[in-house]
Design a protein around this ligand. Structure first.
Ligand SMILES: [Zn+2]
Length: 242
């Protein structure tokens, strides 16, 4: 074990991904104190709605780890985080999923093609694989992103939301499973707009049950703050008109 740790520290560097301090006791990415913090945070899975399940809350440590998964080219963090989820370890996820029709198909939210080229992997795909290994099931890449005619950056916030709503489509060439359940997998659940758009892509007549599983749940506080600011602007506008 020590040899493995030494080799991994040599390959991945000796700095803890949580706090950045150098440690010779990384496991292989977290120092003992960050590993203990992750274990505590793993005890707070979230259920943003009856069909969605998130393994960890968004906290400074989990935010840094997901950031590292996406931007620091550390794909192994996906299975590391899934394996460290209490809900996965204590069988809570397995129990939830065992109530669904089997087999389980884990469907990753597809990445933009340009993003994929830049990153070399899709973090949702890695999470789907880790969940399929932990829970027993298959990864099924049933969705793809539609190509946008207009660049997202040129759209207003409202137009972007509408654009996300129709952003995904089913890969028609693929043979669909006729029994089992589909679990759409993503890294972060905030407002649920992305995963809802994925679910919508399956259409109303899709015969299998559809669920959502993400690594993190981010309280949509910033979205709520935006909404409050919009309302305030409307209110101020009304007052000015008076
Ligand atoms: Zn640390």
């Amino acid at each position: 074990m020590d040899v493995l740790r030494t080799v991994s520290n040599f390959i991945f560097g000796m700095e803890c991904l949580g706090c950045g301090t150098s440690s010779e006791r990384l496991d292989p990415w977290l120092c003992p104190s960050c590993a203990a913090e992750l274990a505590r945070e793993a005890n707070s899975p979230a259920f943003p709605n009856e069909d969605a399940f998130c393994l960890f809350p968004m906290r400074p440590l989990t935010r840094r780890l997901v950031h590292a998964l996406k931007y620091k080219n550390i794909p192994g963090l996906a299975s590391y985080l899934v394996r460290h989820s209490s809900a996965v370890r204590n069988g809570m996820v397995a129990q939830e999923l065992s109530m669904l029709a089997q087999p389980l198909y884990f469907v990753p939210v597809p990445l933009h093609r340009a993003r994929y080229r830049e990153r070399g992997y899709n973090q949702a795909d890695l999470l789907a694989s880790a969940l399929a290994v932990a829970m027993g099931g298959k990864v099924c890449r049933m969705l793809r992103r539609k190509t946008f005619v207009v660049s997202q950056t040129k759209l207003s916030k409202e137009e972007r939301q509408v654009n996300v709503a129709g952003a995904f489509e089913i890969v028609r060439s693929q043979k669909f499973p006729v029994k089992g359940s589909v679990i759409v997998v993503d890294d972060v659940f905030t407002t649920g707009a992305t995963t809802s758009a994925c679910i919508a892509a399956f259409g109303n007549d899709f015969p299998l049950p559809l669920k959502v599983c993400t690594l993190l749940f981010d309280e949509p506080a910033s979205a709520a703050a935006d909404y409050a600011a919009d309302c305030r602007a409307d209110w101020d506008g009304l007052r000015i008109k008076k």
